[in-house]
Design a protein around this ligand. Structure first.
Ligand SMILES: *Cc1c(COP(=O)(O)O)cnc(C)c1O
Length: 476
């Protein structure tokens, strides 16, 4: 074989030419999304139409069109009217760090397959630990997403708090965790993967402001205990995904201490508020948590996917996947922090630490303060606008950048309200100017916005609310 294709694929000059062209295209895209008020957040197609397009593309279209078609047919997270899900409009520099990792492809599992990114990961996670208020015993690592990080934290919790070595011997008793009814579904999934079953997930109801009702923790704990369930962990949401409301971490922490439970904080969305001088009080008590999750690709502005999992006691970050039950006893002065796959679920993982380090080195931690503070302020501003408009109703007064609301004109009935709000949200999706999402809270249908773009303004909110009223009049 003459390896013609391989030579073409690896030719540095081809990479250079295409790379320059692509960066130009991406910069133009960014410019348009941020500044052109007419650009849409998405050009809606049904899944079937989209599937047909790409099937045909593979056979008939010009390869030089590929990246530009992807740009045209995706959701524009940098558009200030894109206020739907929680993924960040990436700080563009993390697209560059993603490019570096994409080419170098260091596998990260062992130190020698990623010397710089492994050491950088230690620097970054040590820094995050200190921001949380942990002492020098704390350690962390980065992993692929909040979902995986929550599962890993609960596995660590089980290892730490359950005397029987479940990892090696399987279950000999019923185990359980306590968590808010409003927690992200991935906590439920993690518990199911761990084999705790439905009965092992003790769901605590929320109070009128959708944060976990701490006055009921004792009652639920005791009822579970009576049923023979050994509870080993409790999870606090910071905040809960649907409503953006933070649980009372300090009170949960006291409760966890009283019953010797592992206290885990799911700060996938809002753990980054530790950087906000104004909003960090929402996280009061977080330094007491045994483990904390913070997503880089949500409120830390990074390219997906990268999540920090941080442990108050670093030993536990080593113990989760260790085969030996007595690992902790063997722990010596020599901790090999640099062979990261011993501690993570992944074997190969991306060089994700480079995103965090690049942000810190380029802009300093102040950028995270600016970002979180701006967005949470915008959440409050939007919340106040909705509260002051008699055609709308908030599910709960927003405390972060997540806002749930619905249109509720005076003469409507509850059942038709759910339908009309769902219809309006679909209307907006197909219209494509704004992108917002939806959620169901206590049986009621709400439109849900997550303000992720710091350049979204009050005027955008005004236009959106007017557009919703228009849609109501069209659809009713
Ligand atoms: C987004 C989110 C998750 C899941 O994180 P991924 O990074 O999407 O896997 C978990 N918990 C909360 C509270 C979240 O907001």
């Amino acid at each position: 074989m003459d390896n013609k294709l391989l030579k073409k694929a690896y030719a540095p000059e081809n990479f250079r030419i295409r790379g320059h062209r692509l960066i130009d295209e991406l910069a133009d895209h960014l410019q348009k999304q941020l500044n052109d008020s007419k650009s849409k957040t998405l050009n809606w197609q049904t899944p079937e139409v989209e599937l047909e397009f790409w099937k045909n593309f593979l056979t008939y279209s010009n390869e030089s069109e590929l990246f530009s078609q992807v740009l045209k047919r995706t959701t524009n997270v940098h558009n200030p009217k894109c206020i739907g899900h929680q993924v960040a409009p990436t700080a563009p520099i993390t697209a560059l760090s993603a490019l570096v990792g994409g080419l170098l492809n260091n596998g990260m599992a062992v130190y020698e397959m990623g010397m710089a990114p492994s050491a950088i990961e230690r620097v970054v996670t040590d820094f995050l630990c200190s921001k949380i208020g942990y002492n020098s015993e704390a350690r962390g690592f980065l992993t692929s997403g909040g979902t995986l990080a929550n599962l890993t934290a609960l596995l660590a919790a089980r290892k730490a708090k359950v005397k029987i070595d479940v990892w090696n011997e399987g279950y000999k008793e019923s185990l359980g965790i306590m968590v808010s009814q409003e927690a992200h579904y991935c906590v439920d999934r993690a518990a199911k993967i761990m084999g705790l079953g439905e009965k092992g997930i003790i769901k605590i109801p929320t109070n009128s402001s959708y944060s976990v009702d701490c006055s009921r923790l004792e009652e639920y704990y005791k009822t579970a205990k009576k049923k023979g369930i050994h509870i080993f962990a409790i999870v606090g949401s910071a905040p809960s995904t649907a409503t953006g409301v933070y649980d009372d971490l300090a009170t949960i922490s006291d409760f966890a201490k009283k019953y010797n439970l592992w206290f885990h904080v799911d700060g996938a969305h809002g753990g980054g508020a530790i950087f906000s001088k104004k909003y960090s009080p929402l996280l009061d008590g977080i330094h007491q948590a045994d483990s904390v999750v913070i997503d880089g690709h949500k409120m830390m502005m990074m390219s997906a996917i990268t999540t920090a999992l941080l442990f108050k006691n670093g030993h536990y970050s080593h113990a989760t996947f260790s085969q030996k039950a007595d690992y902790l006893l063997e722990q010596s002065d020599h901790e090999d922090w640099y062979n990261i796959a011993k501690r993570t679920f992944e074997c190969t993982k991306t060089m994700m630490s480079v995103h965090w380090f690049t942000m810190l080195k380029t802009y300093g931690e102040a950028i995270f303060d600016e970002y979180v503070t701006n967005l949470y302020d915008l959440g409050n501003i939007f919340g106040a606008m909705i509260a002051n408009d008699s055609d709308f109703e908030l599910a709960v007064s927003p405390v972060s950048n997540i806002v749930c609301f619905r249109i509720k004109p005076k003469n409507s009935t509850t059942t038709s309200l759910n339908q009309i709000n769902a219809d309006i949200r679909q209307y907006l999706l197909e219209d494509g100017e704004f992108y917002i999402v939806q959620t169901k809270l206590r049986g009621q249908y709400y439109m849900r916005c997550t303000i992720m773009n710091p350049f979204t303004t009050k005027n955008h909110f005004k236009t959106l609310l007017n557009k919703i009223k228009e849609a109501y009049n069209v659809l009713i």
